[in-house]
Design a protein around this ligand. Structure first.
Ligand SMILES: Cc1cc2nc3c(=O)[nH]c(=O)nc-3n(C[C@H](O)[C@H](O)[C@H](O)COP(=O)(O)O)c2cc1C
Ligand SMILES: [Fe+2]
Ligand SMILES: [Fe+2]
Length: 388
């Protein structure tokens, strides 16, 4: 299925309605899409990004139904296989030159997708004339790989941003704004690169595009909506929110978590609670986008924190949320190194640790009072930040 976005600019990519996992890690509750854009200039034809190799036939059918017999340039904005995998098959059919950043070309060679003689590196601000249309390449590294470029189609004021400003969302709408899926996608893919994302946002605002066309999910007809959302997410501002990922084998840690959640609600603090035996990683990641505090709950498990909470800690360490405070609550039977191990799993995070509450066995009255004191401490810090 092909969709004409504006004169001589077509969406020729694929919707992946059924995909349920990305990066062998992230659940995709709503599928995704691999957007690929064909631009037919009066002299030259260019394709921006290809699709995941699993959907190459959709892309090729789309090009055939548009009767495309020549693609002069394939612009690879990012070498990750969900956008570059199909390039290999396109090069068997078309005599195209693959354009990308120097880093992208190197990666495409490393991945065995292209051979060197079919490539040309482009630099920041370089222009490419297609006849009546001009493309400008914009270097945008580290959202989320070192190779990314954006492409600006000047005559249509249309900016192609590859993974940046995208969403994992399969939808029949060409243009849409779904803040939940956009936020989830930001959390999983872009949050670790918050500072770079902020820089790129400024550059995009200065360009003033009228359409933003990412390579996953719907396009943006009102760019300020997605740009403003990203400005908020990438800012240092946090919300009056505590995220509580936890696991409990026999109910002791769970009792502590429930007591903490109620105590925080009583104090006017919002809470998101995630039982890690049931949690969708994407939902947890999204909650970390603007939380001020994270409290991890875990029992001792063979001298250490439970593996599921260790997983959440490793994930948080990788995603680098902007939370200011953290704490740890949990239960043990005879002796374990819960707090030290949790700290060592999160070396990247600069969060201040509020006094943990680790109890022996099932929590008693005194233990629950300690949990209430933790809630008081969290409230005090949130107040100091002016969050309530
Ligand atoms: C598989 C397993 C391993 C455990 N390993 C330890 C340990 O190394 N050190 C310790 O103090 N307690 C250990 N415990 C005991 C639990 O940490 C303790 O019973 C705790 O109260 C359980 O909390 P929960 O009810 O939240 O699961 C272990 C329990 C289980 C089931
Ligand atoms: Fe990517
Ligand atoms: Fe991607």
């Amino acid at each position: 299925m092909i969709r004409e976005i504006c004169k001589n600019v077509f969406h020729v990519g694929a919707i992946d309605w059924d995909r349920r996992l990305f990066d062998a890690l992230i659940p995709l509750p709503d599928g995704t899409s691999y957007n690929s854009y064909l631009i037919k200039g009066s002299e030259k034809t260019a394709l921006i990004d290809a699709v995941d190799p699993g959907k190459k036939d959709v892309l090729i059918d789309n090009l055939d139904s548009l009767r495309i017999d020549r693609i002069d340039y394939i612009i690879s904005q990012h070498a990750e296989q969900d956008h570059s995998g199909a390039i290999k098959f396109l090069l068997e059919r078309y005599d195209s030159t693959v354009l990308g950043s120097q880093k992208c070309i190197e990666l495409l060679l490393d991945f065995g997708i292209v051979s060197k003689d079919r490539t040309r590196a482009v630099s920041d601000n370089e222009l490419l004339s297609l006849g009546d249309m001009t493309l400008e390449f914009i270097s945008a590294p580290w959202v989320h790989w070192p190779d990314t470029i954006f492409t600006y189609l000047r005559e249509r004021r249309m900016l192609f941003t590859c993974d940046f400003l995208g969403a994992h969302l399969a939808t029949s709408d060409l243009f849409a704004w779904n803040p939940e899926s956009a936020k989830r996608y930001y959390a999983e893919i872009m949050m670790p690169f918050r500072a770079n994302a902020r820089r790129h946002l400024e550059r995009i605002r200065a360009l003033g595009p009228e359409i933003i066309a990412p390579s996953h999910g719907p396009l943006h007809k009102r760019p300020e909506v997605v740009l403003n959302a990203y400005s908020e997410w990438t800012s240092d501002d946090v919300k009056n929110l505590v995220v509580v990922p936890f696991v409990s084998m026999h109910g002791s840690t769970e009792k502590m978590v429930s007591h903490l959640v109620d105590a925080l609600i009583d104090r006017g603090v919002s809470v998101e609670r995630f039982d890690l035996t049931k949690t969708d990683t994407g939902a947890l990641a999204a909650s970390l986008v603007d939380a001020a505090t994270v409290v991890f709950g875990t029992p001792a498990f063979i001298t250490r924190p439970h593996p599921l909470i260790a997983y959440a800690a490793i994930l948080a360490n990788a995603l680098r949320p902007k939370a200011r405070f953290a704490s740890i609550i949990g239960s043990y039977g005879w002796g374990a190194r819960i707090v030290e191990e949790m700290r060592s799993l999160m070396p990247n995070l600069k969060m201040e640790i509020i006094e943990p509450v680790i109890v022996k066995g099932y929590p008693k009255e005194d233990d629950l009072r300690a949990i209430e004191r933790l809630a008081d401490e969290i409230l005090r810090r949130h107040r100091e930040l002016g969050l309530l």
